[in-house]
Design a protein around this ligand. Structure first.
Ligand code: AMP
Length: 430
């Protein structure tokens, strides 16, 4: 990787926007030197009172320290002509997991799910061995190329968790749906188990075909200022900037908002309301005294919700979704679990199907365009009873028109569901 004597962004030709991170836009671009594709991640500088954003400094520092097949590779940093914009240059990845899974007609096979999970856990285990916590594991941050290789990306919230670095950590990290119970109960002393909870949520999502712990965000009050300013709509809540000063640190000690307590409710409804017996450190968590007495006693329902999954998958979900972080499975142990070593075995990345490019940003945009087109058609359609009904077929046609499918697409809408999964019952994983 090049050092800070940055080249000009003119070395790349921008093609199209493929993503929008919390801290800047991401573009697909082509190198003018060798025609290779790259991703340019623009570092947002506007509104930064402290110059170069601390999150970008952290991300660059951490990315420079990591070198693994399942971790995104930053090639260099480039600047605009007048140095007013800075871009991180990454190897280009064709998909992110959310974008891919959200495409019409895509249905992951069991060997494919195993292959993605194995790569996710291998990358995560590497980070954890190097004392790095990712702190924002979710589908949009798992990038996949057309050789089937999955890489962890977006280290904007990552940080070192080395023993000598034992300062209190912020608990407002990890996108809400993937945030573990210990953070929602206010802990500021945590470790790799926060990432394995998120990995477990991804695994459960791949098995069930939908996010398992998807709380509604009650208002946009918790969106980062800049995302709000852009009027950003997202299907997953974003996390605010981590604190960069003691003053902000105080703000981050405040107890939870409505969305966070609802998220905890969802977790308890699926995983059971914990007791001191199954989670010995529970009552010493900062917000346990105020939050726990307000919670109903729910039984654990993991076995029931995943009853159609093979036993080894069920056992692994149980180990991931263990409320006590001390007892939660590690990335290393998860890789050793029966699930990855029994038939059908994980396929090799190179054997995975090739898909048309799909990123969460584009999938979301296509869906928005489709629903706008649908609204427009509905507006123009004759009043009910005045002619042929405008129903699901038209809605579907609207989506298809906005999102043309390539020959790889199966005709039926499959979602993220593994082939063993039956149509979901209404009460499953709510
Ligand atoms: P980030 O700001 O890193 O979270 O990136 C936001 C989105 O941009 C991701 O969800 C991806 O869809 C896309 N993206 C980020 N990095 C890359 C990359 N190296 N190649 C292709 N797309 C990317």
């Amino acid at each position: 990787m090049r050092s800070y004597s940055a080249r000009s962004v003119e070395a790349y030709e921008k093609i199209e926007q493929v993503g929008e991170g919390t801290y800047g836009e991401v573009f697909m671009a082509r190198s003018r030197d060798d025609s290779s594709l790259v991703a340019l991640k623009k570092v947002k500088l506007e509104g930064e009172r402290e110059g170069f954003p601390i999150t970008a400094i952290r991300e660059i520092k951490i990315l420079k320290s990591l070198n693994h097949d399942n971790v995104i590779n930053m090639k260099e940093i480039v600047t605009s002509k007048n140095k007013s914009s800075i871009y991180m240059v990454f190897e280009y990845m064709d998909h992110d997991l959310t974008g891919l899974a959200g495409r019409e007609g895509i249905k992951f096979s069991i060997p494919q799910i195993k292959c993605y999970m194995q790569q996710l856990l291998t990358g995560l285990n590497y980070c954890h061995l190097n004392n790095i916590l990712h702190r924002d594991i979710k589908g949009a941050n798992l990038l996949i190329d057309n050789n089937g290789v999955l890489k962890l990306a977006d280290f904007g919230l990552a940080r070192s968790c080395a023993l000598e670095n034992s300062r209190a950590l912020t608990n407002r990290v990890i996108t809400l749906w993937y945030r573990p119970p210990e953070l929602l109960l206010g802990t500021q002393a945590y470790g790799p188990a926060v990432d394995t909870w998120s990995a477990g949520c991804i695994f459960a999502e791949l098995l069930l075909g939908k996010p398992i712990l998807q709380v509604r965000v009650s208002s946009d009050a918790r969106l980062p200022r800049r995302a709000k300013a852009r009027g950003r709509a997202s299907n997953s809540p974003r996390v605010p900037n981590p604190p960069s000063s003691l003053f902000l640190g105080f703000f981050f000690l405040k107890p939870q908002g409505k969305s966070e307590t609802e998220q905890l409710d969802l977790i308890f409804k699926l995983c059971g309301t914990p007791s001191a017996e199954d989670w010995p450190g529970l009552h010493s968590l900062p917000w346990a005294k105020t939050i726990l007495p307000t919670k109903k006693a729910y039984p654990r329902r993991v076995q029931e919700v995943f009853r159609r999954a093979p036993p080894s998958a069920r056992r692994l979900v149980e180990r991931f979704l263990t409320l006590d972080p001390e007892k939660r499975v590690t990335a290393r142990d998860a890789l050793d679990s029966d699930y990855f070593w029994e038939e059908p075995l994980p396929c090799k990345p190179g054997d995975l199907p090739k898909y048309e490019p799909s990123h969460e940003f584009q999938t979301r945009k296509r869906k928005q365009e489709a629903s706008r087109a649908q609204e427009e058609r509905a507006r123009r359609a004759p009043a009910p009873g005045a002619g042929a009904g405008y129903g699901a077929a038209a809605k579907y046609a609207g989506y298809r028109a906005a999102a043309p499918l390539g020959s790889w697409a199966a005709p039926a809408a499959g979602g993220m569901t593994a082939s063993w999964a039956q149509p979901k019952k209404k009460d499953e994983a709510e």
